[in-house]
Design a protein around this ligand. Structure first.
Ligand code: NAD
Length: 497
């Protein structure tokens, strides 16, 4: 697939029609109170759109519409094979519009266009396609009863699902929720992040074009927590699925407890350890992967390999390889197809990341590269990939999720110590281990308290495997058939024969 040039993308950006209104019952509508907020690009602070600032009134309207649609059966009672057809068409439309959607994503949240086009967009379409293909191949159960009973164990759509998603992979995170939620027959209210609402709004129109009945997918953008909180407190939302920070996940669980005990499934933060043993099969490959694990998507990745644990005996040679690999990751204009590190999502995130770099200095970690804001003159929020050495696992930069390209290097003497450090975190999303010793690899994989463990690679996986966290990285799983658990209730039906 050939990639348009930066000039092409700039030209397209100037002629892009951007929709900022909410989407309810198949139509774009202003927020009930008429308010909007400015959506600006982190690349150069240009104004992209005035986006509807939805409130509780919009949540009420969207939930009522979703409930009415669900009860009507127009989607929920369709045969799975027919829902499959619509979702496959939606995946196809995402593919057809991939350049437009990738451009929107890059302008909105600052990621390199090549990643938006080659990673986010294919993964989003693939997720929809996988869930669509799965749903007409699932069977329910017959209980092992005696001869005078028939016991059926069946799955039903939960009903009205609210999905609150973050800004780092806006369309993809939305599709991780929408794929299984829609395939199983639910009606969904999608609440994108205020930092990146644009592709979700565009997707809603594509869904209707694909044949999704009006009211099955409503999209409510909003500023701050207002509309998300209203959905979390709503008495007629059955399930709340969330991807975002652990702090917000905690708050949403409180809201569920304060309202109708809606199920809350969270995919939250991480501080993932990447452990490199002296007997790793290829140290250069490990160094390259470690660089990618903190630089890809500007480090704004829940599974960023933000704690690099290196065996003391290979520390200095490995640092040399790492610093060389990091040089291949340097911020550039996100619309330039050669760029592999884009802009941080907004000034707030920039300040957060710079604040952690300050904390690293203050706590005595040694800066080995990066550490500065750059390209400020263009009005964008770019930070150099940054490596701190001599970090202890007790330091703030090793304990808290930074969500930027800032790597903490920690040393260890043996695998037991590495596992102890790796597990000494409130998070448990992912972990990687590099070793050529098969027993060490299996022992480590068992001992690591994380939802995903990667051996001799960083960030493996596809739609066939579940994704989610241990501990405060969340509950439940996205992707794979395990994700369907979130969107279905199990019913036992007993028939006396
Ligand atoms: P965030 O928690 O600030 O916001 C996430 C979403 O929740 C946004 O739509 C936001 O508007 C909304 N929100 C914020 N406060 C709310 C409240 N009080 N009530 C209701 N809604 C509220 O997170 P973020 O900054 O958008 O995303 C970054 C976080 O997401 C990181 O912690 C990252 O690790 C996590 N993340 C996790 C995964 C995963 O699969 N585990 C994937 C991507 C991102």
């Amino acid at each position: 697939m050939s990639m348009p040039s930066r000039a092409d993308w700039e030209h397209r950006a100037q002629h892009l029609t951007i929709e900022g209104r909410a989407f309810i019952h198949g139509q774009y509508v202003p927020a009930a109170e008429g308010a909007t907020f400015e959506c600006r690009s982190p690349i150069d602070s240009r104004l992209l759109a005035h986006v509807a600032s939805c409130t509780a009134a919009d949540a009420d309207r969207a939930v009522l519409d979703a409930r009415t649609t669900f009860e009507s059966g127009v989607w929920s009672q369709l045969a799975p094979a027919r829902r499959k057809t619509v979702l496959l068409r939606l995946a196809e439309l995402v593919d057809i519009h991939r350049e437009e959607l990738a451009l929107l994503e890059t302008l909105d949240m600052g990621k390199p266009i090549r990643d938006a086009l080659r990673v986010d967009l294919p993964a989003a379409a693939n997720c929809l396609r996988w869930c669509a293909e799965a749903v007409d191949k699932l069977y329910d159960e017959v209980a092992p009863t005696g001869p005078d009973q028939l016991g059926l164990v069946t799955r039903e759509a939960v009903g009205v699902v609210a999905a609150i998603v973050p800004w780092n992979f806006p369309l993809l995170m939305a599709c991780w929720k929408l794929g299984p939620a829609l395939a199983t027959g639910n009606s969904v209210i999608l609440k994108p992040s205020e930092k990146s609402p644009l592709t979700a709004l565009r997707l809603a129109a594509l869904a209707v074009e694909a044949g999704l009945p009006a009211g099955v997918l409503n999209v409510l953008p909003g500023y701050g927590h207002t509309v998300g909180k209203a959905l979390a407190l709503h008495m007629d939302v059955d399930t709340l699925v969330f991807t975002g920070s652990t702090r917000t996940a905690r708050q949403l669980m409180i809201h569920a407890g304060e309202s109708n005990l809606k199920r809350v499934w969270s995919e939250a933060g991480g501080k993932s350890p990447n452990i490199v043993c002296a007997d790793a099969p290829d140290l250069r490959a490990a160094a390259r992967a470690a660089a990618g694990a903190i630089c890809f998507n500007q480090g704004e990745v829940c599974t960023a390999g933000s704690r690099l644990l290196v065996e003391a005996s290979i520390k200095e040679p490995f640092m040399a390889l790492l610093l060389e690999a990091i040089r291949a990751w340097q911020p550039g204009h996100p619309l330039d197809p050669a760029t592999n590190v884009g802009a941080l999502v907004d000034r707030q995130q920039l300040d957060t990341v710079l604040g952690y770099i300050e904390a690293g200095h203050a706590e005595g970690a040694q800066l080995r590269c990066g550490g500065r804001r750059i390209m400020e003159e263009g009005g964008g929020f770019f930070v150099e990939p940054t490596v701190f050495d001599g970090v202890s696992n007790a330091m703030k930069i090793a304990r808290e999720e930074i969500f930027g390209p800032v790597l903490s290097v920690i040393t260890f003497d043996d695998l037991d110590e590495a596992i102890r450090i790796a597990n000494d975190s409130p998070y448990g999303l992912a972990a990687a281990l590099w070793t050529a010793d098969l027993s060490k690899a299996h022992r480590g994989a068992r001992a690591l308290r994380a939802g995903s463990v990667w051996i001799n690679q960083y960030d493996g996986g596809d739609m066939s495997a579940p994704f989610g966290g241990f501990k405060q990285s969340g509950n439940g799983r996205d992707k794979s058939l395990h994700a369907f658990d979130k969107y279905t209730e199990i019913k036992a039906t007993w028939i006396k024969l």
